[in-house]
Write a protein of this length. Structure first.
Length: 215
């Protein structure tokens, strides 16, 4: 029964997230009378739909007599953990850069092109530095991980969600390293019983990417 409830909750969670994004994208296209706006303004649409998703989830838990922070493990954490795992995020990003530089260019060409295209869009840096670490940690390492932990080993749950996290990023290279990072962030959340340290690691990882682009 617990397993069915957890799987049902997980399906509802991601269906809601994707459904809201589809609705917002459709309304944006209708308002602009341009179907290509979804691709051109993808990051903005993602931001608006993500914020709306969090508001609706917060309302859902409030009606249930709970709260979003409680459901997503948004708990106080030791400052030493936040700092330590932020440093971990920086180191992991530098390791990723080293590995990518060792790969043949034909493997990383599409990835580099996708990254460049995303960074050229408005609001890109705000989304990369703030929106992504907050929303993705609440969704994956908070809400979804807690749902699956109720019916299986925490690290098995983390492995499943890490693959989903990788798939969400699309590009094969992105999928590979996002899956690994998803597992690392999940480990941090499980070990500290809070997603604040995993948010700090995620923020530091993304911030390092932005800094490297300007070097």
């Amino acid at each position: 029964m617990k397993a069915l409830r957890a799987v049902g909750g997980l399906i509802a969670l991601f269906t809601g997230y994707i459904g809201i994004a589809v609705v917002i994208g459709s309304l944006w296209s209708l308002a602009a009378w341009n179907i290509d706006i979804v691709d051109e303004r993808g990051l903005e649409i993602q931001t608006v739909s993500g914020i709306l998703f969090l508001v609706l989830v917060a309302l859902f838990y409030k009606i249930k007599g709970s709260s979003l922070p409680e459901a997503a493990s948004i708990r106080k954490a030791q400052l030493s953990d936040i700092g330590k795992y932020a440093l971990c995020g920086i180191v992991l990003n530098l390791l990723l850069v080293a590995v990518l530089n060792l790969l043949p260019s034909d493997i990383t060409a599409d990835y580099a092109s996708n990254v460049s295209r995303e960074l050229e869009r408005s609001m890109a840096f705000i989304i990369i530095l703030f929106y992504a670490p907050v929303l993705e940690e609440i969704l994956f390492r908070g809400l979804a991980l807690n749902l699956l932990k109720a019916c299986m080993n925490p690290y098995a749950a983390a492995a499943i969600l890490s693959l989903l996290f990788g798939l969400m990023h699309g590009d094969p290279v992105w999928f590979a390293y996002a899956s690994v990072m998803g597992m690392v962030f999940s480990y941090i959340a499980i070990r500290t019983d809070s997603i604040l340290p995993s948010m700090s690691a995620h923020f530091a990882f993304n911030a390092t990417s932005v800094v490297i682009l300007f070097l």
